[in-house]
Design a protein around this ligand. Structure first.
Ligand SMILES: CC(C)(COP(=O)(O)OP(=O)(O)OC[C@H]1O[C@@H](n2cnc3c(N)ncnc32)[C@H](O)[C@@H]1OP(=O)(O)O)[C@@H](O)C(=O)NCCC(=O)NCCS
Length: 198
């Protein structure tokens, strides 16, 4: 699925979005629901984010994706490598200061690609998933990407219907350039070839 991030405007021109920069804490001010904030990932958070990802998988399993029960789980070193390859925006609970959700996305030139979005089950259905998507769309606007893309499940509410709420639309194979078809194939589990949309 892809979304047009909208007209460009780049308050971060020439700056790096980094964990130590004040901009990383202030850039997404006001985007999250009241008791939360969105910020960039900070050092030392990998283990916490991995546990959020594992806990969030329960939502997918409860919605019928039982094949995930047998899917290999990434080890921490694989997950750290994954994080290094991405920009990671975190939803933090204000009163505890703890990360409770995150989105990992990467710059693919014209496209800004979302590889992972997870919210801890204890904090779901409070608008945090949508806030994290807003942060990604905002980041894509700043850096003038033409579109934001991802693959997801077509047949469960936290898949395509959830992303449609934030303006994403499905792109058919026929309308996809070859590189997008390849990315979709790479992210589609073999046992569910028609269950994902790009
Ligand atoms: C997808 C996910 C990130 C959504 O996070 P969230 O913080 O609960 O999302 P929001 O509160 O912003 O939900 C926005 C809307 O999406 C829909 N939605 C979200 N979760 C839903 C669920 N479990 N069942 C039905 N609809 C759901 C609802 O329309 C919801 O609005 P509402 O609560 O006002 O009805 C979270 O469910 C998750 O981590 N899931 C496991 C990993 C995953 O599915 N990743 C993305 C798909 S590959």
């Amino acid at each position: 699925m892809t979304a047009d991030p909208g007209p460009a405007g780049n308050p971060l021109a020439g700056r790096r979005i980094g964990a130590t920069s004040k901009t990383g804490r202030k850039a997404f001010k006001g985007m999250a629901p009241k008791a939360y904030r969105i910020r960039v990932m900070e050092p030392g958070e990998a283990q916490r984010l991995l546990s959020i990802e594992r806990r969030a998988e329960a939502t997918l399993i409860a919605l019928g994706k039982t094949e995930l029960l047998d899917a290999p789980k990434p080890e921490i070193f694989e997950f750290v490598t994954f994080l290094i390859e991405h920009e990671v925006f975190v939803a933090e609970e204000k009163h505890s200061g703890e990360a409770i959700g995150f989105v990992a996305a990467r710059d693919l030139g014209e496209l800004y690609w979302i590889s992972e979005l997870s919210v801890d089950p204890d904090h779901q259905r409070r608008g945090i998933g949508r806030s994290l998507l807003s942060a990604v769309l905002e980041r894509a606007r700043w850096f003038q990407h033409r579109a934001v893309g991802l693959t997801t499940y077509a047949d469960i509410p936290v898949g395509a219907p959830f992303y449609r709420l934030s303006g994403f639309a499905a792109v058919s194979d026929a309308d996809s350039p070859p590189w997008l078809r390849q990315r979709k194939q790479a992210e589609t589990p073999r046992e569910a070839p028609r269950k994902r949309e790009a």
